[in-house]
Design a protein around this ligand. Sequence first.
Ligand SMILES: Cc1cc2nc3c(=O)[nH]c(=O)nc-3n(C[C@H](O)[C@H](O)[C@H](O)COP(=O)(O)O)c2cc1C
Length: 347
Amino acid sequence: MLGPAAAPRTTAESPPIPPPLRIGALELSSRVLLAPMAGITDRPFRHLCREFGAGLAFSEMLSANPELRHTRTSAERLDHKNEPRPFAVQIAGADPDALADFARYAVDQGADLIDINLGCPAKKVCRQAAGSALLRDEALVARIMHRVVRAVSVPVSVKTRTGWSPKERNLEQIGRIAQDAGVAMLTVHGRTRACGYRGQAEHDSLAALREHIRIPLVANGDIDTPEIAHKVLEQTGADAVMIGRGALGKPWIFDRIARFLATGEHVGPPEIAQRRDILIAHLEALHAFYGEARGPRVARKHIIWHCQDLPRFDKARGALLKAQSAAEQRRLLLSYFATLMTPETDA
Ligand SMILES: Cc1cc2nc3c(=O)[nH]c(=O)nc-3n(C[C@H](O)[C@H](O)[C@H](O)COP(=O)(O)O)c2cc1C
């Protein structure tokens, strides 16, 4: 068992403890959720974040295109063996029937919640009029939501941006459509499609939406510290926060934020030896999941995220990123961490 790890702590003023979050029949153990991130939130990463207290972890986005259903990518993205429940699967597409059909398939494969992607800005996805491109066609959004909600017995959530562009913001309409269609939760990334990832995410749109919408709302975008999470929840009246990039190489962020929200307690990052154990366990899970050939390649970006703030990583990085085998990667990492745990001597 990796986390949550003990670490130095200080205390701040205690905010009130929020009750568990309900999404339809599901009850989440925490109001701090892991965002779907294609190429990142695979089973090993989700599992790690759940161990550190993420209340829900979304799969990488899956295309509803029936021709892609039986590809290796789809099989891997739906794989949730031995993962803590509930398991949330995100689907993307523009055809209401195909999305409904895929949602049923995902539930047959074990999904406990279906999330519809209305936020992806990628050209490849928007060219198919899917992801954030859907925000320009509210009638189609309504058809999609109605069809998917009726197709499955599990709760359906939606993840969206605030609009197509700063001049075409329609979060309020999207929120109303979602609520009327029976969507059980709405996550808002506080940027428009045109904003990409530039600038600072804004959460005022979500605060305005809260005035009109009863279903659980989740704030997302640039939330990467307990203080920011607390501030965003207070300012928006959202029910939960969703963390994406803030969790890269820092899976303990879920526990840190949840503890701060519940008690006002501030817990620092784990000690070096714990960070070594967390990373090695993550690597082993990646190697096992992707196999000897792909595992070390997929692991490289995670190694960088885990180690980039540690001393002398720039010296170890080159060799680590060249390692071709799981054993070599593991050996180099252990020897790098050993240098961090022995006091440096003058040459
Ligand atoms: C590499 C990467 C992949 C992403 N893939 C998805 C995805 O598959 N589905 C989705 O809804 N959002 C996706 N996102 C967006 C995130 O879920 C999230 O909305 C965004 O990163 C803002 O949150 P953050 O500031 O906490 O990272 C992705 C983001 C990144 C950085």
